[in-house]
Design a binder for this molecule. Structure first.
Ligand code: ATP
Ligand code: MG
Length: 424
């Protein structure tokens, strides 16, 4: 029986780094049991998408929910952009900068400035050269002649003339800009200005509202973030194992510390109830000891290691393992948290070719066992075989979302066709 319950869902998900819009509105539902492969060109935002799903990266805007519960929600960036855009329009209108003539002259001035910069750097180079030639000539080593020096000096003179000419032209263009701006200002469209000002007031209000909502939502996000991440196992391209810990120690590290934290929290709660006069001795006694927790975690580690065929590596250090073995351990480490979904970011792309198969095999078995997964991969054959759905991400947008047979067999999007022609 196929479950249709949506596990993770994103709406209008965006992420911006500085000025760069890396994710530009991702709407995506990942249902329980689905195996979603994510493909796309380098830099298109695939890793960022995965990292936003488990909130390793806090999105810039949109919604992320798990089990229908909103974990992140913000319109702040969008509202801020809107406000800034209106402010800019007003500024342009008032200053006369948005007149077509002013824009044309600005472009011209920009070109002249570039030219001027180039000339300046040539001048700098030239004068250094002249100085060197003079020194060499004074030493009389013979490799430099008076003609060399004369030629370089003539070059400098002509560059100087060019600079002066460019400066004059730039001054002329700037004067024109000034004049056209004041003409435009005199003709200022008062109605347009009034309209923009009203829009600004509205945008300002919306922005403040979004800010309040964002702050409230972030509080909620921060409160549930650990729980959320615990439910999502993540495997990266590089295994990130601790080399100073054995394989088992690597695997039990996180579950053990979380287990201890849980027990501590539960104990605290019980003691509170005890203070109120309740009899909680039975519950207190039932709490696992540190030793029991460790034994449990180790037993889980052994079971999982067996599952990936590495039970004999339990006590070795990662440095003695091959890349493929390390990656299988990294998968076990993620599984040890008993996650509800596994996120893989190019789990095989750092491996030697002969080791790719053993790692893909483990992932395939997990998939067949019913694990929900999202996997960014360049292994098209694997995606075709294992994925129930493939997303093609390009320039921060899902351009195509279809079952593998359809997406690979009959791609619709032009960029996808181009991408596939390169990787197939
Ligand atoms: N922390 C960051 N700070 C600034 N820019 C970032 C950051 N992380 C990612 N980027 C930029 O975001 C864009 C998308 O990066 P991302 O790693 O998501 O791409 P990708 O699709 O996974 O690419 P690849 O196939 O090469 O792994 C890139 O231009 C990258 O430089
Ligand atoms: Mg990536």
């Amino acid at each position: 029986m196929k479950e249709e319950k949506v596990l993770i869902s994103t709406r209008a998900l965006t992420k911006r780094f500085g000025q760069k819009d890396v994710l530009r509105g991702i709407d995506c539902d990942i249902k329980v049991g689905e195996k979603v492969a994510v493909i796309g060109p380098s830099g298109s935002g695939k890793s960022t998408f995965l990292r936003c799903l488990n909130l390793l990266e806090i999105p810039s805007g949109g919604v992320v929910s798990v089990d229908g519960e909103v974990l992140f929600e913000s319109e702040l960036t969008a509202k801020k952009d809107n406000l800034e855009a209106i402010k800019k329009q007003i500024k342009l209108l008032i200053s006369g900068e948005n007149s077509e003539e002013v824009k044309a002259h600005r472009a011209e001035a920009g070109e002249l400035k570039k030219e001027l910069e180039k000339t300046n750097s040539l001048l700098k180079e030239g004068s250094t050269k002249v100085k060197l030639l003079k020194v060499k000539l004074a030493r009389g080593t013979g490799s430099v002649t008076q003609e060399d020096l004369d030629r370089e000096q003539a070059n400098l003179t002509s560059l100087g003339e060019r600079k002066a000419e460019l400066k004059t032209r730039l001054a002329g263009v700037n004067a024109k800009i000034k004049q056209k701006k004041s003409e435009a200002k005199a003709l200022l469209d008062k109605d347009e200005l009034a309209r923009l000002k009203a829009a600004k007031a509205e945008a300002q209000e919306q922005y403040l509202k979004a800010k309040k909502a964002h702050n409230a939502s972030m509080k909620k996000t921060n409160a549930s973030i650990d729980e959320h991440r615990r439910n999502m196992g993540m495997v990266f391209q590089h295994f990130n194992l601790f080399n100073n810990l054995t394989v088992t120690e690597n695997i039990v590290l996180a579950p053990l510390s979380l287990g201890l934290k849980d027990v501590k929290a539960k104990k605290k709660q019980l003691l509170k109830r005890k203070l109120k006069g309740e009899d909680v001795s039975e519950q207190l006694a039932a709490l696992p000891t540190k030793l029991e927790l460790a034994e449990n975690a180790k037993a889980t580690a052994r079971r999982l290691l067996k599952r990936v065929g590495l039970e004999d590596k339990a006590d070795v250090y990662p440095s003695t393992l091959s890349g493929g073995q390390k990656q299988r351990i990294a998968i076990v480490r993620a599984l040890a948290m008993n996650p509800r979904v596994m996120l893989f970011d190019e789990p095989t792309s750092a491996l030697d070719p002969e080791m790719v198969g053993e790692v893909l095999e483990v992932i395939k078995e997990l998939a067949e066992g019913g694990m929900t997964m999202v996997i960014v991969t360049h292994e098209i054959g694997f995606a075709r075989e294992v994925a129930t759905r493939v997303l093609f991400i390009d320039e921060g947008i899902i351009k195509e979302d279809a079952p593998p047979a359809e997406l690979f067999g009959a791609p619709k999007d032009a960029r996808l066709k181009e991408f596939l022609s390169k990787v197939l």
